[in-house]
Design a protein. Structure first.
Length: 281
């Protein structure tokens, strides 16, 4: 039994590639091919920069709802783009725009990750929040108890909106990695009852909240869409906080026992034109 009811589905619903709730999300990483860059005439290179600047401009008319560019450290990629939109083809159009530009041979995609925003089934409802306080010994007649429940009730809609229609925080560092919860015979997440998973996720959330104001996280779901179950996007006020939070969470049971991780991408946020300048394109 999961905590949240399934999304509304009606038998006469129109077929659509848009979601009932939430956004499509794509992380795509590019490497600069120096040979292809050397082969461009100065005119084509200038035109390519303009075209890519156009496609990767979040202010462009028709741009995805969210678009963030970063320069990636290490050999895996040079440039990262994260996009979110109700329409997956609006996101794909950016990829096709970059590919078909004069820089199309220069910017080689090296990695991508397809996912959807979601409200996790482990986000406590107001009732679950209130029950948890009572289990911890709070008295429901207390004014303090009532204030905490009311506070949660007031915060929850905005928190849920941020989970499915996220604003990107104004932090300079962005980290992305995919992850699974394992299904090993000795530790099978999917064999645990909801109550046990919920408890582990509550411990996980408590450890995450300690990084409020330093790290902001977005979990996007990818079962059926990509090779891993979730994408983890972390934005940091400083790269050290990214290291600290990921290390801290390794000790949470939900990660220590049940998580496995894919490749990590760490990048520094900038505009497309700043990124192309930095990459000497
Ligand atoms: O959304 C919420 O804030 C409610 C509590 C919460 C949920 C349900 C939460 C809090 N997370 C949730 C779900 Mn998380 N999270 C990760 C990673 O590196 C690792 O070990 C794990 C990668 C990080 C760094 C992180 C950070 N979280 C999830 C899920 C989905 C599970 C499912 O639905 O089955 C995954 C895969 C996952 C992984 N998490 C937080 C954080 C932080 C910083 C918080 C506190 C957020 C806050 O309230 O400020």
């Amino acid at each position: 039994m999961s905590g949240r009811p399934p999304m509304p589905q009606t038998p006469d619903e129109e077929p659509s590639i848009k979601l009932h709730e939430g956004w499509h999300c794509l992380h795509v990483y590019y490497r600069v091919n120096q040979q292809a860059l050397n082969a461009l005439s100065p005119e084509d290179r200038a035109q390519g920069r303009e075209e890519v600047g156009h496609w990767l401009n979040p202010e462009r008319e028709g741009a995805p709802e969210r678009l963030q560019v970063s320069v990636t450290s290490g050999h895996r990629a040079d440039l990262g783009v994260m996009m979110m939109d109700p329409d997956p083809l609006v996101i794909d159009a950016v990829c096709q725009g970059v590919r078909s530009s004069k820089l199309g041979t220069v910017l080689e995609p090296t990695y991508s990750f397809v996912s959807l925003t979601e409200i996790s089934e482990y986000v406590p409802t107001v009732e679950q929040f209130s029950e948890k306080l009572q289990r911890e010994g709070a008295n429901p007649e207390d004014d303090m108890f009532k204030a905490r429940v009311r506070g949660y009730e007031q915060r929850l809609p905005a928190m849920n909106k941020q989970r499915i229609y996220p604003d990107i925080p104004p932090y300079p560092v962005v980290c992305f990695y995919p992850m699974n919860k394992i299904r090993d015979p000795h530790a099978n997440w999917y064999d645990l009852p909801f109550s046990a998973r919920s408890e582990l996720m509550a411990e996980h959330a408590t450890s995450g909240i300690k990084f409020a104001g330093k790290v902001s996280q977005l979990i996007t779901a990818s079962t059926g869409l990509d090779d891993w179950e979730w994408g983890v996007t972390l934005w940091g006020r400083n790269p050290a906080y990214i290291k600290d939070i990921v290390y801290t969470m390794r000790f949470d049971k939900a990660s220590a026992r049940y998580a496995e991780f894919g490749p990590f991408y760490i990048g520094y946020v900038m505009s497309a034109s700043e990124a192309l300048e930095h990459l000497r394109v």
